[in-house]
Design a protein. Structure first.
Length: 202
C-alpha cells in the first residue's frame, strides 16, 4: 500500500483494522509529522515500512511497537532531527534499517540495542558528529554498516572491539576520514590504522 501526498499528520490505527494482513506500506511525499507511541500496534503483519519525504522532525519512544514481523524499515528525506533511544523497542525481527538523508546530529549509543536480529544498517547522509563505542555492541548479526557522508570527527577507540561480525563498514566523506573508506575485511588492526585521526579526536 502506498499513501502519497496525504495531509494526515499522524498514523491512523483504524487503517490496520481494515487491512489486517497488510505486509508492505509506503507513506511518501505527505504531511506526516509524527508517529505516536503504539501507532502501529495493530500492524502485526507488516514486513516493510517506508517513510519518505514527509515532515517527521522526531521519532518518539515505542513509535514502532507492535511491528513484531517488520523486516525492513526505511526513513529518508523527512527532515528528521531526533530519534528517541527507545524508538525501536519491539522490532525483534528487523533485519534492514535505513535512516538516510535526514538531519540527525546525535544518536544515542543504545538506540540499536533492541534490534538483536539486525543485519544491515545505513545512517548515511545525516549530520552525525561522533560514533560511540556501544553503537553496534548488541547487534551480533550485523554484517554491513554505512556511515558515509556525515560530519563524523570522532570515534570512540573501543568501537572497533564491538564490531567483530561486521564485514562491510563504510565511513567515506567524513571530516576525520581523509580517504575513501569502505573496508570489506573488518579487523581491529586495519580499522585502527585507517581511523587514527577519528579515534585520537575522542
Amino acid at each position: 500500500m502506498t499513501i502519497r501526498n496525504s495531509e494526515t499528520a499522524f498514523i491512523i490505527q483504524q487503517l490496520f483494522v481494515q487491512f489486517p494482513n497488510l505486509q508492505n506500506m509506503e507513506i511518501t511525499s505527505g504531511g506526516l509529522q509524527r508517529i505516536q507511541p503504539n501507532g502501529f500496534v495493530l500492524a502485526r503483519n507488516l514486513r516493510t515500512l517506508a517513510l519518505q519525504g514527509n515532515r517527521i522532525a522526531s521519532i518518539q519512544a515505542n513509535a514502532f511497537s507492535g511491528l513484531i514481523n517488520l523486516d525492513t524499515l526505511i526513513m529518508r528525506h523527512n527532515n528528521m532531527q531526533i530519534i528517541d533511544q527507545n524508538a525501536f523497542i519491539g522490532l525483534i525481527n528487523l533485519h534492514n534499517l535505513f535512516i538516510n538523508n535526514e538531519n540527525i546530529r546525535n544518536i544515542h549509543q543504545n538506540i540499536l540495542r533492541p534490534l538483536t536480529n539486525l543485519s544491515m544498517v545505513s545512517l548515511a547522509s545525516n549530520q552525525l558528529e561522533r560514533v560511540d563505542a556501544q553503537l553496534f555492541a548488541n547487534n551480533r548479526h550485523i554484517h554491513s554498516a554505512f556511515l558515509e557522508n556525515n560530519q563524523i570527527n570522532a570515534i570512540n577507540p573501543q568501537f572497533v572491539n564491538n564490531i567483530n561480525g561486521i564485514q562491510v563498514l563504510s565511513l567515506s566523506s567524513n571530516p576525520c576520514v581523509n580517504q575513501v573508506f569502505i573496508t570489506r575485511i573488518v579487523t581491529q588492526a586495519n580499522i585502527n590504522s585507517l581511523l587514527t585521526t577519528c579515534t585520537s579526536n575522542w
